[in-house]
Design a binder for this molecule. Structure first.
Ligand SMILES: Nc1ncnc2c1ncn2[C@@H]1O[C@H](COP(=O)(O)OP(=O)(O)OP(=O)(O)O)[C@@H](O)[C@H]1O
Length: 264
């Protein structure tokens, strides 16, 4: 897939840069699909530094971070996990949705993230792994309304003193971002889709609806128009149909909004 440049509409790259220089870890807070992953990828690319990523869920275990013992040809060895690798190499470590992780996993992370930046490999040799000077950690958390997310323990939160908010962008900026992903031939329809997305986002914010569309959806809408789909059909498919999950009343509400904006 082609590498798209990140549109740095709220100076996040500059903040990341300063934090990186100062050796301070960063947490990015914002709803899904607002560009958190793209931002960090773009930053790593600009810095020409290797990026190691992990997406947390309730199933993430300590071993994913630290490593696992393996048996090959009768010999036991230890396969180091992403946390240890990134510390040794001085890479950028991206901890996506860190507030979805279980407490024991967070505790192990906490050990590595404190000011000494070191961890004891109690699973293998007991070696104390000290991070290279350039080691840099960026985490993300989704707002607490996101299913499966918990509050991050305050002491862990304090390991990330640089906090970036990444919300849905203003309409004109969202249009610029979408144009990075599509042809730009359907500008007026895309502007309508952004308006629709914002209506649905606002309704979700006050719990009128169960789901809030992200930039992924507005980009997908533009891509379907590029493939020749009509705007009404694309709006139904990308924005409307998903609400069926929460029953017919929810779906009908959204379907009516779509019809009023894109016709029958
Ligand atoms: N500022 C931007 N410049 C270019 N593309 C962007 C920007 N913001 C978002 N996008 C695009 O929007 C989509 C969603 O972005 P991304 O996956 O980075 O979001 P995210 O916040 O990490 O999502 P999640 O929390 O669900 O992992 C991607 O296709 C990404 O390329």
């Amino acid at each position: 897939m082609e590498e798209l440049e990140y549109l740095d509409w709220n100076n996040s790259i500059k903040i990341l840069d300063k934090a990186h220089e100062a050796g301070l870890f960063v947490i990015i807070i914002g709803p899904k699909g607002t560009g958190k992953t793209s931002l960090v990828r773009d930053f790593a690319k600009r810095k020409n530094v290797n990026l190691e990523s992990i997406n947390f869920s309730l199933r993430t275990r300590e071993s994913h971070l630290v490593g696992t013992k393996t048996l090959t040809d009768g010999t036991i060895s230890f396969d180091e996990g992403i946390l240890i690798k990134s510390m040794r190499e001085g890479d950028i470590l991206y901890l996506d949705e860190i507030n979805s992780a279980e407490a024991d996993v967070l505790l192990r992370l906490d050990e590595a993230l404190d000011d000494r930046r070191q961890i004891v490999l109690k699973e293998s040799t007991g070696e104390v792994v000290k991070a290279k000077e350039s080691w840099f950690v960026v985490a993300t958390i989704n707002p607490l309304t996101h299913s499966g997310t918990k509050e991050l323990p305050p002491q862990l939160l304090s390991r990330f003193p640089v906090r970036i908010r990444l919300e849905y962008p203003p309409e004109n900026i969202e249009l610029e971002i979408i144009k990075k992903h599509v042809s730009g031939k359907h500008e007026s329809e895309i502007i309508q889709a952004i308006k629709l997305a914002n209506t649905l986002r606002q309704a979700a914010a006050v719990e009128e609806l169960f789901y809030s569309p992200s930039l992924r959806e507005t980009i997908a809408f533009g891509k379907l128009l590029d493939k020749g789909m009509s705007s009404k059909e694309a709006a139904d498919i990308v924005f409307g149909n998903v609400y069926t999950q929460w029953g017919n009343i929810e779906y009908q509400k959204v379907s009516d909004i779509i019809t009023s904006m894109f016709g029958n």
